[in-house]
Design a protein around this ligand. Sequence first.
Ligand SMILES: Cc1cc2nc3c(=O)[nH]c(=O)nc-3n(C[C@H](O)[C@H](O)[C@H](O)COP(=O)(O)O)c2cc1C
Length: 384
Amino acid sequence: MALPALRIGKHEVQYPIIQGGMGVGISWENLAGNCARNGIVGVISAVGTGARHPQLVRLKNGYPIGSKNSHSREALHQILKDAKDIAGKGSVIGVNILCAITDYGRVARDAIEGGADLIISGAGLPLRLPEYAEGYPDVALVPIVSSARALRVICKHWKRKYNRLPDAVVLEGPKSGGHQGIPYEDCFKPEYQLENLLPEVLQERDKWGDFPVIVAGGVWDKDDIEYYISQGAAGVQMGTRFVGTYECDASNTFKKVLLNADKEDIKLLKSPVGYPARGIVTKLIKDIQNGTAPKVSCISNCIVPCNHGEEAKKVGYCIAERLTDAYRGKYDTGLFFSGSNGYRVKRLVHVKDLIDELTHGIPSGQDIPILEQEKQSSPTFINI
Ligand SMILES: Cc1cc2nc3c(=O)[nH]c(=O)nc-3n(C[C@H](O)[C@H](O)[C@H](O)COP(=O)(O)O)c2cc1C
């Protein structure tokens, strides 16, 4: 089957795929720009952007001070500009903003003023997003939801207060990498699995309009994409497979951790955000359990639910610092997110080849086993 194009508001891409936003530092200019250049939606993560351009922000002990420096407007604008330069004309670049971050409204406005074509927002309900997008009718607004109920609440509120509906919605199931939108126990229940949530979300969408429903979480190949399209989805959002690309902005350490992960290493972990986050069990997770992880000091004040480090102390780690360390390639203290399919990523490939594979079924990267070889001689990453 030839995959259809994907239209979101005024924006259209050749293939029905969104590269999911991944923070901190996993999807910045290089990944998003290359994805957009190759016919899908490229998405920049707006969290912790100060770590990308430390020369533009104020730091303490190497971490950006406060949310102004952590989720930096100047750094985000630079990342957006660079992504657009890589992507070229006519491409579509979105910005992913977690609703839970401190200064959500300001960051949404920063992204819009910096030229984002789409704003994609989850980890909470982006109820006030249309307010921040006022005056920019071409910027598509795309909430991420985990249930039909969440979509109903957003549509009701946006319609009543702003006379606006989402331009698309991403329905994320519990196989996804990073933060989940539901409690730990629910992640295992059949009724919360992506394929079972989709019909109710489509029904809810039909009550409001005909905006596209895009599914995320555990989508692996062209067969999966075709399956979800046959079930009524307009497209898919994918994260983990894009971590396994040369162009991904993550450190090589991050990519190696992913390439070395076994199925049982990928777990739902406690997070100061409140809901669980799916990631890879590495040394840090064991240190948290043993009480030997780096102390929480809350330099960045990154997310509201953490309450200036109070929740971080309860779960035993600071999410901003640990994700930033993973981005910087610090294995011992880094936190490495992955979707439940992460153990299937066995070699690095180029974005273009991955998109060819996803859209035409051509296996990608057969000729590039470089990290595979490195992996063989890197026992540090095995048996962690
Ligand atoms: C390393 C990593 C970091 C992520 N960070 C974010 C994030 O900052 N915000 C967000 O909305 N989703 C985040 N996600 C979720 C992805 O955008 C995407 O929806 C999800 O990974 C899809 O599932 P898949 O990984 O099975 O393809 C992250 C996923 C990964 C793997």
